[in-house]
Design a protein around this ligand. Structure first.
Ligand code: SF4
Length: 466
């Protein structure tokens, strides 16, 4: 069981570059934090499409031998994460189908919330599904529509509801599409005259592409030999960009809403120090995700910052979870306190979130064992009380400790001298753009759109983990 909630996917695409597949491979490296279960690249060359997908990390899947045949000047790629849905090769993306007008490859970040009814409707009309992915619904809808590709795609996109940031490839164009709420991020850049799209701008930095802008919520970009055409086919709604991208998911070296994720995270830490000051000798981050907020907290409070907890980066995915008896040792494999730093000190730990509380409890115990005199915790977001249905792998409501426990009860459970969370108002204060542009449903339970009742069943069946 993971102590953190996870991003479900990352997408990348490039149009008009002779090294399309290799650049996509590098782009996926930069997006690896968004999905580690499977990965794939699809390339179009004249009228031929080639696709290579596999299970594991980008570095496990791709090598000289399988990259070499991926020739062509346009490509899309995908990294996928899944814990509850089947982590199997047929669910790896890009998803590739042949329909009456040729081939289409789709890479999807997000979760659709009306998959169940769409799938039932399509199955009644004779559609046979190859996978349990909800993005397969998109290609079947497209195949059943009439008209040219653009008309078909826009019509299919208008039928789906929920979170989608898509990279789509046909024999003559690449498409970038973002749902009207803009739940999941998607940006566009340029490299040597080619267009590049990516879930996060850190992928542009790696390939030395220039960041242009975000694909806007509700925008569909058609990129082909005539250039770039922007279409806004959806009914306008208030945007609901995922605020958790700023708090935890995105890489700090990415830009989002025109601002640096690193700086926003530091501002969350500053707000936290103003709202919940504490008498302590040291500020310690839980590395790596708590680093920026801890820096902001230290700068605002004037309490020295120390890397008093060290993360082991070399555990690997095959790490065998220890038995219950030695579980505490398992936690120490990942994060270990520096005895010389914490001994005899009052420390304040800055965390980006608390999910179940069980891992924090063990970590705080090891800090005390290392000699910390007092252990306080400050969390750079409000308590997580509701699950996410928009592209994040979230535990159930019952598993979220804050959904059923008061802050005082959580403090006692984890074993802290004090515990405080950033308020919703302060969190929104730290955002670089209008606070009404964000989804905050996991903190409030107020979802920007109604989720199908059968959604929970879908999830149990392993559908829709993109
Ligand atoms: S519910 Fe939370 S994690 Fe999901 S999109 Fe909204 S803010 Fe992001």
């Amino acid at each position: 069981m993971h102590s953190k909630i996870k991003e479900d996917c990352g997408v990348f695409g490039i149009y008009g570059h002779k090294d399309a597949a290799r650049l996509t491979y590098l782009g996926l490296y930069a997006l690896q934090h968004r999905g580690q279960e499977s990965s794939g690249i699809a390339v179009f060359n004249k009228r031929e499409i080639r696709c290579h997908r596999g299970m594991g990390l980008v570095s496990d899947i791709f090598n000289e031998e399988n990259l070499k045949p991926l020739k062509g000047d346009m490509a899309i790629g995908h990294v996928r994460y899944s814990t509850t849905g089947p982590s199997i090769i047929k669910n790896a993306q890009p998803f590739l189908v042949e329909y009456s007008d040729g081939f289409v490859a789709v890479a999807h970040n997000g979760n659709l919330i009306n998959t169940h009814s769409l799938r039932e409707r399509l199955e009644k009309k004779g559609t046979i599904f190859q996978s349990s992915m909800d993005s397969e619904v998109i290609v079947h809808l497209l195949a059943r529509e009439k008209g040219n590709f653009k008309k078909r795609l826009l019509s299919a996109l208008k039928s789906i509801k929920g979170a989608f940031s898509l990279a789509i490839l046909t024999q003559d164009q690449m498409v970038a599409a973002r749902d009207p709420y803009g739940f999941r991020p998607l940006s566009i850049g340029r490299l040597d005259g080619a267009y590049v799209i990516a879930s996060e701008s850190c992928a542009f930095d790696l390939i030395q592409a220039e960041y242009i802008r975000e694909v806007e919520p509700g925008e569909v970009l058609f990129i082909n030999k005539r250039g770039l055409q922007s279409v806004k086919p959806f009914r306008k709604v208030a945007p609901a960009k995922c605020i958790f991208e700023f708090i935890y998911f995105s890489r700090p070296d990415s830009r989002m809403c025109g601002s640096s994720v690193y700086e926003v995270r530091k501002e969350l830490g500053r707000q936290l120090a103003r709202e919940h000051p504490v008498d302590a000798d040291l500020v310690l981050p839980i590395p790596d995700s708590g680093n920026c907020a801890a820096l902001g907290f230290a700068q605002e409070s004037g309490i020295p910052f120390e890397m008093g907890i060290i993360r082991n980066h070399y555990i690997g995915r095959t790490f065998i979870q220890p038995s219950q008896k030695i579980r505490n040792l398992g936690v120490k494999i990942k994060l270990n306190p520096v005895r010389e730093v914490v001994k005899g000190k009052k420390v304040v730990i800055v965390e980006d979130s608390i999910v179940r509380g069980t891992t924090s409890r063990v970590r705080m115990k090891t800090l005390r064992e290392a000699g910390a005199r007092e252990v306080h915790m400050r969390v750079s977001c409000p308590p997580l009380v509701s699950p996410c249905f928009f592209g994040i792998d979230f535990p159930t409501k019952e598993e979220l400790i804050a959904s059923s426990h008061s802050i005082e009860k959580i403090r006692r459970f984890i074993g802290l001298n004090s515990l405080a969370y950033l308020s919703i108002e302060r969190m929104l204060e730290a955002m670089p753009v209008d606070k009404k542009s964000f989804c905050t449903a996991c903190f409030t339970g107020n979802y920007p759109l109604r989720v199908e009742r059968k959604r929970a069943k879908q999830r149990r069946m392993g559908w829709s983990r993109q």
